[in-house]
Design a protein around this ligand. Structure first.
Ligand code: FES
Length: 123
């Protein structure tokens, strides 16, 4: 979707339109997410912008989530095996729970932005 901003309303210059492309237009909107849990591996196509927890639960991957995905329990913690750069940056909830070092992330807080492989902990 293109957004237009009128940039000539309050000047003597001729009117011009600025086209602002949607941030996701130049990227593939889908990512390949691989979950490793126990002796099982499941690879799924997922919409960028969803959390690992959302994607996992929608795909029947059994991810613990005692606090309901609110970042207060760490039961959803995982190790990122590949693609850490394809996840959103750590947020304050992860840092408050002590999840500050690679490869650990909370699946309920990490949003997918590209392909990645994660391993569930304590499975
Ligand atoms: S579900 Fe509780 S921290 Fe992620």
């Amino acid at each position: 979707m293109k957004m237009h901003a009128y940039a000539g309303a309050y000047s003597n210059r001729p009117a011009m339109y600025i086209h602002k492309e949607d941030a996701h237009n130049d990227k593939d909107p889908m990512a390949k997410v691989t979950f490793i849990y126990g002796d099982q591996t499941k690879e799924v196509e997922a919409e960028n912008g969803k959390t690992l927890l959302q994607i996992g639960l929608e795909s029947d991957v059994p991810i613990e989530n005692a606090c309901g995905g609110n970042g207060f329990c760490t039961t959803c913690m995982c190790n990122v095996k590949k693609g850490m750069k394809n996840l959103s940056e750590r947020n304050a909830r992860e840092e408050n729970m002590g999840i500050v070092n690679d490869p650990e992330r909370l699946t309920c807080q990490a949003e997918v932005q590209g392909d990645c492989t994660i391993e569930l902990i304590d499975f």
